[in-house]
Design a protein. Structure first.
Length: 146
């Protein structure tokens, strides 16, 4: 299993907080490697594109898995990591190739109701819903006037 952590790259090894372009070159390289890595050879393991967002009650993980059958998708939460695995099979010219797509996202066990995690796959997009624990949800606090 390969664990992938997303880090914002610095520009050519030099972190510059003033420039709005710092890290752009590294980010573009990362995107091309991610997109083209799946097609390098049949035994390659690629990373699928993942977006994270949240609302008041849930955190959502959306993974783009075009061309993948529902039966070839595996989702599991192990030791604080949400692991997404998928296999895409292509048949061209009488020859079958398969590509493995993997992604791991750090999910603190204390923040999620693990027994209520839900996953849905529609139109090539996997959406995993991670319900927040009550104690982790934001609360509005009123300020008293003295």
């Amino acid at each position: 299993m390969r664990i992938v952590r997303y880090n914002y790259p610095s520009y050519r090894g030099v972190a510059s907080s003033r420039s709005p372009w710092s890290g752009l070159e590294g980010e573009i390289d990362r995107l091309f490697e991610s997109a083209l890595g799946d097609f390098a050879d049949a035994s390659s393991v690629g990373r699928c594109s993942v977006n994270l967002y949240e609302d008041k009650d849930n955190t959502y993980v959306r993974a783009e898995l075009p061309g993948v059958d529902r039966a070839d998708i595996g989702v599991e939460l192990v030791d604080g990591y949400l692991n997404i695995r998928a296999t895409r099979k292509n048949c061209e010219g009488g020859r079958e190739e398969s590509f493995a797509l993997n992604r791991s996202v750090c999910v603190p066990d204390a923040a999620v109701q693990t027994e209520k995690i839900n996953a849905a796959y529609e139109n090539g997009v996997l959406t995993v819903t991670l319900p927040k624990r009550e104690e982790m949800k934001p609360r509005k606090v009123t300020v008293a006037v003295n």
